[in-house]
Design a protein around this ligand. Structure first.
Ligand code: NAP
Length: 260
């Protein structure tokens, strides 16, 4: 039985859709109060209303672009204003546009690094004061298997950004340990989201065939990993990465996927 996060204040960047919405739903169902941050107010308000109606913790939307420090400051301020502080930051917002090395522009690279890397660093910086005041501050990053462990054509800039999050995590964990703040990361494999749906049915079926558990992950399954890192039982874990991928990174070859 995991300890409770009931009443904790949680900020999920990119919490309005996809994996972030799954993380927010898991925390809200567990009785935590959640700010979901994103850029689109219509999507964000609808998400907050839907998750708030689950009967768990309160859920509010904050309009914020994490690629800017001012956006991250606004998201953290919304949590402090709504819930009196911040105990858990889930730095989840990320983008994954496709661009081969032949065609990738400087603007393509800047956009991915701005949201995925600067957005992670800015969110943690913005949250430092309230997480320290919490006395049990937790940071959970959403990285990926792509970059830290695997590669995929068209996502060299994305993979670099996801690996960069882990490099950041290790030093942030050291710097923040004296304040009792832990910093960990979840590395999702292929998770069924609206964003992934945009990649098409062929991408989905190819991926399912390459995953030992033969299915994509559910967004809430990333939420459970984030909930674990936020709970009391994970209080002695910091600077670590947890792969949640249905075994996708395990096979050495296609043959290894064939059950004997
Ligand atoms: P998604 O369905 O496209 O949702 C992305 C979320 O991030 C939305 O809430 C979006 O809201 C928000 N967002 C994007 N750019 C933002 C910005 N500049 N400022 C604030 N919010 C922003 O994506 P997802 O698949 O859930 O991915 C979420 C995270 O999981 C990413 O870090 C991604 O790298 C990681 N991941 C995903 C998978 C997968 O299979 N889906 C696998 C591995 C890792 P707005 O557009 O309204 O801002």
């Amino acid at each position: 039985m995991l300890g409770s996060v009931e009443g904790r204040s949680v900020l999920v960047t990119g919490g309005t859709r996809g994996i972030g919405k799954g993380i927010a739903r898991v925390f809200a169902r567990s009785g935590a109060h959640v700010v979901v941050a994103g850029r689109d107010p219509a999507v964000g308000e609808a998400c907050a209303a839907e998750l708030g109606a689950l009967g768990g913790g309160r859920v509010v939307f904050a309009a914020a672009d994490v690629a800017t420090r001012v956006g991250c400051d606004a998201a953290v301020a919304a949590a402090v204003e709504a819930f009196g502080g911040l105990d858990v930051l889930c730095a989840n917002a990320g983008i994954f546009p496709d661009a081969s090395l032949d065609t990738m522009t400087e603007a393509d690279l800047d956009a991915v690094l701005a949201t995925n890397v600067k957005g992670t660093v800015f969110a943690v910086q913005a949250a430092l004061g309230p997480l320290t005041a919490s006395g049990r501050g937790r940071v959970v990053l959403t990285s990926s298997i792509t970059g830290p462990i695997t590669g995929y054509p068209g996502w060299s800039h994305y993979g670099a950004s996801k690996a960069a999050q882990l490099g950041f995590m290790r030093t942030a964990a050291l710097e923040l340990a004296p304040r009792g703040i832990t910093v960990n990361a979840v590395l999702p494999g292929n998770i069924a989201t609206e964003g992934l749906a945009d990649l098409g049915p062929e991408y989905r079926s190819t991926m399912e065939a390459s995953i030992p558990l033969k299915r994509l992950g559910e967004v809430d399954e990333i939420g459970y990993a984030a909930l674990f890192f936020a709970g009391a039982e994970a209080g002695y874990i910091t600077g670590q990465a947890l792969v949640v991928d249905g075994g996708q990174v395990l096979p050495e070859s296609l043959e290894a996927l064939t059950v004997r």
